[in-house]
Design a protein around this ligand. Structure first.
Ligand SMILES: [Zn+2]
Length: 424
């Protein structure tokens, strides 16, 4: 045994402190630049953690839409207010920018001919014929289980627990639904990838990595506010941006299914939540930009991809079929946003909103918001967990809430692709 361990000397302790200090410094230096290089500088002209767009890529949309088609989509689906940021003339459209010079004007189609928009996803009408019993044959589906699970859910405020019953954790419930859904979609022929397959976040960043960014956004604010913003930037912004990179660069699916459970306000104490008599269903389509959102140059750029790829047409047709199957399978009423909320109603249980996920994922996004997690009956169904077959829960005979969710999606997709694809 070395002598210094038997009787610590001042020199020995000093040596240990120096070694530990050096290791800490080395770790800081070796980790620091890598993490920091993925975080841009804040710029009020960009959304949080957004980067300057590569404007030249927009020229790939030359000749895809006419002036009238562009303006109709812009005003009917995407803008809540007047157009202040798109310079439109009979030749084409140019996004206004104070960050970049030389923004290209995307030219409009002038006659009946249209160029095909480049896009990695395929609408149903472009898929090859499918066998009758496999209507999803070859369809690439990404399932995005909303939020993060386990201990992270508390930070996200997607967690509550009554006494010592099972905690209600949205990020774990969406993952369980995804795991039940994936094999059933595969048996109908789909190629399925989960965007998140564990309770953990997809992003490598953590709130501490974003503290500097938060401090620059809230210059002079109390430390508690900076901490809270750095957490939100982690679980909301950085997490969705990491998922978008996976969706657009690796998975490149035909559609994304974003699984969520809804909630009514349950009060400030998650161990003493208010239960609600309300329960409902809706789906969120991409659209309805607030003036403060379209003021961001990267959001204008992302919107250009949505409009020119004609994403809304496929997304709306799919969402209509899925909303119909959900309302029938669950018996839930369609949710109505209260007047003044930034949303456009597009049909029964269908609302347009500009969310980070449905803006960044460059393909049709089916964003589900069924069940109020703190509704009394839903709470009991969650406590019952997943089970096969039917069971009496909260006074009625039901499937498990997860299987009811799964089956509603299966029915909607089968109806849509079964009717849109030609059989073999
Ligand atoms: Zn959610």
């Amino acid at each position: 045994m070395p002598s210094c361990l038997r009787k610590p000397s001042i020199l020995c302790s000093l040596g240990a402190v120096l070694i530990i200090g050096s290791i800490y410094l080395w770790l800081q230096i070796s980790q620091g630049p890598e993490i920091h290089s993925t975080i841009p500088d804040p710029d009020p002209r960009l959304a949080n953690l957004g980067t300057t767009p590569e404007w030249n890529t927009l020229t790939q949309y030359n000749g895809v839409l006419s002036l009238d088609e562009f303006e109709t989509a812009l005003h009917d689906i995407y803008l809540l207010g007047p157009n202040l940021h798109f310079d439109i003339n009979s030749e084409g459209v140019k996004v206004t920018s104070t960050i970049s010079q030389d923004i290209p004007r995307v030219t409009f189609a002038q006659g009946p001919a249209r160029s095909q928009p480049p896009r990695y996803w395929r609408p149903a009408c472009e898929l090859p014929p499918a066998p009758e019993d496999r209507p999803l044959d070859g369809l690439r589906i990404a399932i995005d289980p909303g939020h993060i699970g386990g201990d992270w859910a508390r930070m996200e405020e997607r967690w509550y627990q009554i006494a010592d019953t099972d905690p209600v954790t949205e990020g774990d419930m969406t993952l369980l639904t995804a795991e039940l859904l994936a094999p059933e979609l595969e048996s109908l022929g789909a190629l399925v990838t989960l965007v998140r397959s564990t309770p953990d976040p997809v992003t490598n960043l953590r709130p501490d990595d974003l503290r500097f960014y938060a401090r620059r956004l809230l210059s002079g604010a109390p430390e508690a506010k900076i901490l809270s913003l750095s957490q939100r930037l982690f679980y909301r912004t950085a997490e969705i941006r990491a998922r978008a990179s996976l969706v657009n660069n690796t998975i490149r699916p035909d559609i994304v299914l974003c699984l969520h459970f809804n909630a009514e306000r349950w009060g400030p104490i998650p161990t003493m939540p208010e239960l609600s008599p309300r329960n409902h269903f809706h789906m969120i389509l991409h659209g309805a930009y607030l003036d403060s959102e379209i003021a961001h140059e990267d959001e204008r750029f992302e919107l250009m991809h949505k409009i020119f790829q004609r994403t809304h047409e496929e997304e709306a047709a799919l969402a209509k079929a899925l909303a119909t199957s959900f309302l029938a399978a669950t018996g839930l009423p369609a949710y109505l946003y209260s007047i003044g909320r930034p949303a456009k109603r597009l049909g029964p249980a269908l609302w347009a909103r500009n969310l980070l996920a449905n803006r960044l994922y460059q393909c049709p996004v089916l964003f589900f918001e069924p069940y109020v997690m703190n509704n009394k009956e839903v709470y009991q169904r969650i406590q019952e967990g997943d089970y096969e077959g039917m069971r009496e829960v909260a006074g009625s005979i039901r499937k498990s809430i997860y299987r009811e969710y799964r089956d509603a999606i299966l029915a909607g997709l089968t109806t849509y692709y079964g009717s849109q694809r030609t059989p073999h």
